[in-house]
Ligand binder design. Structure first.
Ligand SMILES: Nc1ncnc2c1ncn2[C@@H]1O[C@H](COP(=O)(O)OP(=O)(O)OP(=O)(O)O)[C@@H](O)[C@H]1O
Ligand SMILES: CC(C)(CO)[C@@H](O)C(=O)[O-]
Ligand code: BAL
Length: 282
């Protein structure tokens, strides 16, 4: 496994492999890697000749300075996990390498980016699009892998690929959970033991809501989730929405779509956690 820090070195390495006809897959990450990331890497390794994993905490997608400062960074452990999972190239650039000058590009993904994470983290998806488009330009992969845990991000990346006409297949990968159900997240590392217990209520509520939804309306299901989360003192709900999985717009009636997804963001202490569940569709 090679660890590369500059775009020029990355491109000279990849151009040799591409002229040999090798298919290149990319997994963009912000490091502090866990089994959720590993599932993306494994799939990338299986489906491509060369698996590139980027590890870069992208400052332009953080609207909260504290969140950026406290974002976990574990490069040595990350490299071990990547090597063990068959990654060929780690791309770990500096901020200066990715942003030699400020990126002033403004994307418009409306209406996908005006709801949920887009509404609560202003500028977040613009920053994600800036870095992911730079990574796509640098690597020019045949395929790129993203987790469904960041459900809205996946929809926005697909839209970005259309708008910027990237010839890249975007592959969404299912959420990997702890045995007890908590969605794996780098931010889980910031939870105290007590908060970790409390955080479990998030996924448990989503699972229960799927049973509840079978014989209740969309709005009743939303209230069910809101009440369950409110009942847990250590949690503060930022939002819970049931949306059409393609348009991300609020769903009024289950019959209005074949693809219904519930997306939640909850603060557990100071740590902001996201999760989602599919009520209808694959
Ligand atoms: N539990 C998971 N299951 C599947 N994919 C995941 C999971 N957690 C993260 N990913 C995916 O890994 C990629 C990199 O995510 P990122 O590095 O932000 O990690 P993260 O755990 O989502 O961190 P955080 O949510 O704390 O920012 C994204 O495409 C993300 O959706
Ligand atoms: C896609 C990504 C690596 C861009 O920084 C980030 O948003 C993430 O980890 O999901
Ligand atoms: N996993 C999404 C990256 C972020 O929270 O900024």
């Amino acid at each position: 496994m090679k660890i590369i820090h500059t775009i020029s070195e990355l491109q000279s390495e990849l151009s040799v492999l591409k002229t040999q006809g090798k298919k290149v897959g990319l997994v963009p990450t912000m490091g502090a890697l866990h089994e959720g990331h590993a599932s993306l890497v494994k799939r990338c390794v299986k489906e491509n000749d060369v698996a590139v994993v980027s590890v870069f905490v992208n400052p332009t997608q953080f609207n909260d300075k504290n969140d950026l400062l406290k974002y976990p960074r574990t490069p040595e452990a990350d490299y071990k996990l990547l090597e063990a999972n068959g990654c060929s190239i780690v791309f770990a650039p500096s901020v200066e390498e990715m942003y030699p000058e400020p990126d002033t590009r403004q994307f418009n993904f409306a209406p996908l980016d005006s709801v949920m994470e887009g509404a609560f983290r202003p500028g977040h998806f613009n920053g994600v699009a800036q870095i992911v488009s730079k990574l796509f330009d640098a690597v020019k992969p045949h395929r790129a892998y993203f987790g469904e845990k960041d459900f809205q991000q996946l929809a926005i990346i697909r839209e970005m690929v259309k708008q910027l006409q990237f010839n890249i297949e975007i592959i969404g990968c299912p959420i990997v959970r702890e045995e007890d159900g908590l969605a794996l997240s780098s931010r889980n590392a910031r939870l105290s033991a007590e908060e970790r217990e409390i955080a479990l209520k998030i996924s448990q509520t989503l699972f229960k809501s799927r049973t509840f939804a079978a014989d209740h309306s969309v709005s009743e299901t939303i209230h069910f989730v809101e009440n369950e989360i409110a009942a847990e003192k250590g949690l503060r709900l930022e939002y819970f929405k049931i949306v059409d999985g393609d348009t991300l717009q609020d769903l009024k009636d289950w019959a209005d779509t074949d693809y219904a997804v519930g997306c939640i963001t909850v603060f557990c202490g100071e740590v902001r956690l996201i999760d989602n569940i599919k009520y209808k569709g694959i």
